[in-house]
Design a protein around this ligand. Sequence first.
Ligand code: NG6
Ligand code: CA
Length: 517
Amino acid sequence: MSLRNLFALVCLNPAALWVLMLSATAEEKPNIIVIMADDMGCGDLSCYGATEIQTPHIDRLAAEGRRFTSGYCSASTCTPTRYSLLTGTYAFRQKGTGIAPPSSPAIIQPGTETLPSLLQKAGYATAVIGKWHLGLGGPEGPQWNGELKPGPLEIGFDHCFLLPTTNDRVPQVYVRDHRVLNLDPSDPLWVGKKKPSDDHPTGISHRASLKMDWSHGHNATVHNGISRIGFYTGGHAARFRDEDLADEWVAQSVQWIEKHRDGPFFLFFSSHDLHVPRMPHERFQGKTRLGFRGDAIVQLDWCVGELTKALDRLGLAENTLVVFCSDNGPVLDDGYQDHAVEMNGAHRAGGVFSGGKYSVFEGGTRTPFITRWKGRVAPAVVDDAIVCTVDFAASFASLTGVALEEDACLDSHDVMGVLLGDEGAAGRSHLIQQDNGRSGNFGYRVGSWKLQRHDSKTARNVVVEGKLANRKVTRYRLYDLEKDPGEKSDVIEEHPEMARKLIQELEQHIETGRTRS
Ligand code: NG6
Ligand code: CA
């Protein structure tokens, strides 16, 4: 409608002004930046009560925004959480969504409605910068020397600048859009599961020369003095140094934000900190008393500071929703001898919660969760509503006025009102928490009740004296999180009716194939 027509309409019928204002508020199109930490727990940030470490930039997000104490990711490992974040569907519903190996084909098929494809429909420019870990390429896996397709660009992102899997998995190269960056065709990149030659240096044959030793797994190809999962050769001009990852992603992100400053844009800043191998830039090494795990937290905090500074400089802070979250809970020793256990001291990475990465205890999925949108989200509010990263798809779709198809985003709940702190808005009434893949182990939270279901009959990653332990447990356990947030006392015998109700509900949610109405 032209401005002149609009003016005439409002003069003739003042009620039209109100209708126009309502639709303007129903459809807000701020820029959106989702910053996802890797393996960060609820106790890893000073704004969540950490005392052994200071995270001023992330604390500033909390001081200027809304900090959730029941903010979750949907799984306690990376690939399923990221699958759910992008598709809005619980990963346990889909085969092949466990931790992806180095040569995994693309896990999310082109044609799937995703968070970025929804935002594209709303007119957003979309990018993912950082860790991917959702596979690349067709059924035969990634064509490292050719086109890496399908990938993010086939499911809704206009641009990507990626670490293909995790940095403890080969290869250490960036993927920009469809190709490995800086690849020299005369030195092709080969990636495989088997040792390519007898004299290929590995973490076993060259253990004494490593700059960081491994503790379990991670003993195959050596690059930058660190041995990894899997084997690779070639692609030398394309290889990066672990120490430079965070700087590169910040530079790439700031450049992309500048290019799209006229908005609206959606940036998924997918950090690798504090995943292993923890090898922060030299300027952060030794900055904390907690060893490289703590230094990696400080590095991530710096990244957040750089991104928010860029928003300030470009005058975008009041026009940008920033969400900070994590892909799973914390782990100390995840396969390298980086002294995370020995140097942990009084630090409690999971806060008051038990378990951590790989676990369906609260520590596996209850993670830092902060929203900030200056001028829109009230500052310095702490909220105990239940919200989850699987909800971004439905929530951002509702924010930007995009309708969800019936068969899309099956477990994504519209919690936008809660994320923005709107009066009367409610969080989730229930949440399913999973570990990795389709183990059949679940957490199910309803209000302050928490049911655990252990089909594998062991509870993975119960933390005992700072170390991971796999303990045998009964199939079902029940906890009252209000009295017992650490899930220490199973009260299933005292509350059989409640347990029966939750067991049935959980089964029903799994069987019906969706929880979005
Ligand atoms: C495990 C790795 C662990 C980590 C994890 C994935 C071993 C022994 N352990 O298999 O180090 O890479 O996979 O982490 O290899 S995640 O955060 O990406 O899910
Ligand atoms: Ca992770």
